[in-house]
Design a protein around this ligand. Structure first.
Ligand SMILES: *Cc1c(COP(=O)(O)O)cnc(C)c1O
Length: 388
């Protein structure tokens, strides 16, 4: 019976410590949140710059709703293309120094849509880093192209693949900042190799936008590759504090997506307050990138603290600090103990990360006070000494 099958599969996940469930967060997102009635320091949110609950963002959303209402209630190509959407795309293109930007419902939809639109024939080839985000993998699976995977950040391996395989169109796609490891793709070398073989380059800047580069503009700023990356995908759901995504490219690529990209065409445009809030978040970052520097200082302080207590963590210029545990059960136990000690970090397990690399993926925010960071380090010291 189907019901028993589903139930048994869930039981099997539980036996293997791979079962997932949601916790309920009360109140707004901040450096501290209330979970199960307890106030804890939040150390696994992507609210890197603290914008999710910023008064200016809330005000922008309210003001836009008063002027334009709530929903867009049609796709962009029918009657859902409102003034707020176009204004956002103008600002986003200036922020990223590109010809054009295009809004999407989410980063997941953008990745799935862009990859499957640009590579839509068996004669096309998509080449993807082994550790790319699940939404990129799903894009590969949905596209009709053939695909190949290169070893994580291994540009020589990438080059061997590009050299060997013939294709009508080639697309190289990488996370600018890898979501579960927090390391940075060697984009300068990737662009150079891709150009040699006439391949397009797409970078997923989900964890790079608002985080890397002097003013938080992401991979192109970090690597000084302005104008050299064909496609950038940036979510609004992480450092920018809201929901949705945008793709940056030249006019031809954007025009092609408007005409061919199914998750752009066949879905309702984002609601007004979401888009107005996103515009405000980018304006704020362009006016004052100070939170980017504060975030970086917090990451440094936290990494130093973990090293001092003997944990093996890497220096990182991103907001993500993975503490690799390995065993899934131990990882869950460590997360649980940290929660008792007042710090919430979710355990990340396969298939989100490779087998044997279960981890606590700690993320810092610009709005963590030094006292939050000190308390978190103390909690890590205690929990790690008991469990690891
Ligand atoms: C979160 C994430 C996405 C998906 O973005 P959403 O806007 O949350 O759908 C895509 N790529 C990477 C690398 C991510 O971390």
């Amino acid at each position: 019976m189907w019901y028993n099958q589903l139930h048994e599969e869930l039981e099997e996940l539980k036996r293997r410590n791979l079962y997932r469930s949601m916790v309920t967060v009360d109140g707004p997102q901040g450096p501290e949140v209330v979970i199960n009635g307890r106030k804890v320091i939040l150390m696994c949110s992507n609210n890197y710059l603290g914008l999710a609950n910023h008064p200016r963002i809330l005000e922008a959303a309210r003001r836009a709703m008063e002027l334009y209402g709530y929903g867009a209630v049609a796709s962009r190509l029918v009657s859902g293309n409102m003034r707020v959407h176009e204004e956002f795309e103008k600002i986003a293109a200036i922020f990223k120094k590109v010809e054009a930007a295009l809004l999407f419902g989410s980063g997941y939809m953008a990745n799935v849509g862009v990859i499957s639109a640009l590579c839509n024939s068996a004669e096309d080839l998509v080449v993807s880093d082994k550790l790319n985000h699940a939404s990129i993998i799903d894009g590969l699976m949905l596209s009709k192209a053939s695909f190949a995977t290169f070893r994580h950040n291994d540009v020589e391996h990438l080059e061997r693949i590009l050299k060997k395989k013939r294709a009508r169109r080639k697309l190289v796609v990488v996370d600018g900042v890898f979501s579960m490891d927090g390391d940075i793709a060697p984009l300068r070398d990737i662009v150079e190799v891709a150009r040699k073989y006439d391949a397009m380059v797409m970078v997923d800047d989900a964890h790079a936008t608002g985080v890397i580069g002097d003013t938080g503009r992401g991979s192109c700023e970090y690597w000084d590759l302005w104008g050299e990356v064909d496609i950038q995908m940036c979510t609004l759901g992480k450092a920018l504090g809201g929901y949705g995504a945008f793709v940056c490219a030249n006019d031809v690529v954007i025009d092609y997506l408007v005409n061919k990209c199914r998750p752009f065409i066949y879905t309702t445009a984002l609601p007004v307050p979401v888009v107005a809030a996103a515009t405000e978040s980018i304006n704020m970052l362009m006016e004052d990138p100070e939170p980017v520097r504060r975030l970086r200082a917090n990451v440094e302080r936290f990494v130093d603290g973990l090293k001092n207590i003997g944990l093996d963590v890497k220096d990182n210029s991103t907001a993500i600090v993975p503490v690799i545990v390995g065993d899934e059960g131990k990882c869950l136990a460590l997360s649980k103990r940290l929660f008792e000690l007042g710090v919430y970090v979710a355990a990340i397990r396969p298939p989100t990360v490779p087998k044997g690399t279960a981890r606590l993926r700690v993320t810092l925010m610009a709005t963590h006070a030094s006292e939050h960071i000190e308390r978190a380090i103390e909690a890590f010291a205690k929990a790690a000494s008991e469990i690891l």
